[in-house]
Design a protein around this ligand. Structure first.
Ligand code: FAD
Length: 308
């Protein structure tokens, strides 16, 4: 059995593993896909102290760093069930799709999140070639260009306001006839000269020239007419889904959006079970933040262990 077992091998899980192993305690990490979302990323320019890198390169660096320590790495393992300890200070168990099961005194849940996709033609093909999901990450790559933001909720409107300060022009698309964002955000958006809003529109396709995005097709829902708009980038902002489906039956408390609720030490509602990174209610989902929260959760777990 482990002292600290992390589920998830993204930036948060890598940080947790390193911080735990450095305490000289039995440390393991099990992940469906070591590297996490970073593997799907092209340029990364905001991981402080690394001026520029690429996703796969950073993923390899994370794994190499973990391998410097005595950590059991179990890749390609998908957790399907969490069985919490039945006695205070007892061992928690995690069951995997492979049929394997692991026990540990503490757990760190770091299963991350995924962007909700539109599932329209061209979206997957032009991902990282004009199709983007994270304005904090990729906004500066579209400097001086015309981009669309898909989604008129808070995240879509925030993204449009953010991007309007960087790109030449933003067109915000909303499926419904009204935006759903907070009034104060809508007011701010309306005040910007280089933003326009198309409501009642359903995106039907992302167009490109084979290499990069060059436009977007949408259905004007009232008339059923299909229209095209030429542009160079599309930011999809229709939600971030935490990977917590496997925890729904567990006693770990989740927010209404399915994110794991933690305290300042990274502990969940279940003693001895911690969480870190995008899977939690942490407000901003970034690599540097995931790494920091992984360190917090590992130190929180260590603190918990020395009190048992
Ligand atoms: P993740 O990276 O999501 O890792 C989750 C881990 O858990 C993975 O190993 C996954 O396989 C595993 N997992 C999931 N479910 C299970 C399960 N049931 N059982 C076992 N393992 C499981 N951030 C930046 O700071 N800068 C950027 O430039 C940037 N660009 C981005 C570009 C794209 C296209 C995307 C998608 C994200 C980008 N981000 C960027 C966000 C950043 O990647 C995330 O904030 C960060 O990866 C979160 O780390 P994490 O460890 O919490 O989760």
């Amino acid at each position: 059995a482990f002292d600290v077992l992390t589920i998830g091998g993204g930036p948060a899980g890598a940080a947790t593993s390193i911080y735990a192993a450095r305490k000289g305690i039995r440390t393991g990490v099990a992940a469906e896909r070591f590297g996490g979302q970073v593997l799907d990323t092209m340029a990364i320019e905001n991981f402080i102290s690394v001026q520029e890198t690429e996703g796969p390169k950073l993923a390899t660096a994370l794994e190499e760093h973990v391998k410097q320590y005595d950590v059991d790495i179990m890749n390609l393992q998908r957790a399907v069930e969490l069985v919490p300890a039945t006695t205070p200070g007892g061992e928690h168990e995690v069951r995997f799709a492979s049929g394997a099961s692991l026990k540990s005194k503490t757990l760190v849940l770091a299963t991350g999140a995924r962007w909700r996709e539109m599932n329209v033609p061209g979206e997957a093909e032009y991902r990282n070639k004009g199709v983007a999901y994270c304005p904090h990450c990729d906004g500066p790559l579209f400097k001086g260009k015309h981009v669309a933001v898909i989604g008129g909720g808070n995240s879509g409107v925030e993204a449009a306001i953010d991007l309007a300060g960087i790109v030449a022009h933003v067109t915000l698309f909303e499926f419904m006839d009204e935006l759903r964002a907070d009034a104060v955000l809508q007011k701010k958006l309306a005040s910007l000269p280089n933003v326009d809003i198309i409501k009642g529109a359903r995106t039907t396709e992302i167009n490109g020239d084979g290499n990069r995005v060059n436009g977007l097709s949408y259905e004007e829902r009232a008339s059923g007419e299909i229209k095209q708009l030429a542009l160079e980038g599309v930011f999809v902002q229709i939600g971030l889904v935490p990977n917590t489906e496997w925890l729904k039956e567990s006693p770990v408390e989740l927010s209404p959006r399915g994110e794991i609720i933690t305290d300042a030490h990274g502990m969940t509602s279940v003693p001895g079970i911690f969480a870190a990174g995008d899977v939690t209610t942490v407000p901003y989902k970034q690599i540097v933040i995931a790494v920091g929260s992984g360190a917090t959760a590992a130190l929180g777990a260590f603190d918990y262990l020395i009190r048992q």
